[in-house]
Design a protein around this ligand. Structure first.
Ligand code: CA
Length: 247
């Protein structure tokens, strides 16, 4: 094989059409999805095996991955877990395809970090709608390296948090917790949801763990008479106060 093919121009502009990777060993389904995605203007890349998916993701930039659960090589669940563990792919939007609508599977899929899941058999228009909605949701977050609210400033690249110009030292869990809450100000998350999304291990950890870490986060963020940006919603959970810094 010759290596004379010129490297494709690295297109970092936002006008580049979204690139979608399909990881699916059922060829007929993969082709059907590719056909429909291409018809909507996406650039589609396809692999059939879990181990191939990892290599392809490492060498190309994708905007979204459609990931089948049951794959030869490495399972979709394991791939998802590995992608989330790596800095470069931590935010990569992933839709998992699951064979059965069993609740345990859904919870496991979401707990390893999939953004969404679709149960087979599914309608193609439904999946297309999920793809569009996930890209819409994911994009602004991926563009924003810094999350700001009032005098709080979180930088995802340097992993630094500042409040009113001073450095806030947070443990990794408190950092993720703040990052997650800051992405959706005003939205209330239950302790179980926070365990799912921030810890990624819904079942094994006591929900009171969430309270402990929220307590630590508050202690780190709030000095003297400063306003507490985290709202405790009785019987519901926690949210980042959307009015913080606005009054
Ligand atoms: Ca499969």
């Amino acid at each position: 094989m010759s290596e004379t093919k010129p490297a494709p121009a690295r297109d970092a502009t936002q006008t580049r059409p979204p690139h979608v990777l399909i990881v699916e060993d059922e060829q007929a389904l993969a082709l059907l999805l590719a056909y429909n995605l291409e018809a909507e203007g996406y650039v589609v890349d396809r692999v059939e095996r879990g181990d191939e998916a990892e290599m392809r993701i490492a060498e190309t930039t994708h905007d979204l991955v459609i990931l089948d659960w049951m794959l030869p090589g490495v399972s979709g669940l394991e791939i998802c877990r590995r992608l989330r563990a790596r800095e470069e792919t931590r935010e990569l939007p992933i839709i998992m395809l699951t064979a059965r609508g069993e609740e345990a599977e859904r919870v496991r899929g979401l707990s390893v970090g999939a953004d969404d899941y679709v149960v087979k058999p599914f309608s193609v228009p439904e999946l297309m709608a999920r793809v569009r909605s996930l890209l819409r949701r994911a994009k602004p977050e991926r563009i924003a390296n810094r999350l700001k609210a009032g005098d709080i400033d979180l930088d995802r690249e340097t992993r630094r948090v500042r409040r009113a110009g001073r450095d806030i030292h947070l443990g990794p869990t408190e950092f993720r917790l703040l990052e997650f809450l800051l992405e959706k100000p005003g939205r209330v998350f239950s302790r179980a949801q926070l365990l799912d999304f921030v810890w990624g291990t819904a079942a094994e950890i006591d929900e009171r763990t969430v309270d402990v870490h929220v307590g630590r986060l508050r202690k780190a963020l709030v000095r003297g008479r400063e306003k507490d940006p985290i709202r405790t919603v009785r019987g519901a959970g926690y949210s980042f106060d959307e009015t913080f810094g606005k009054n």
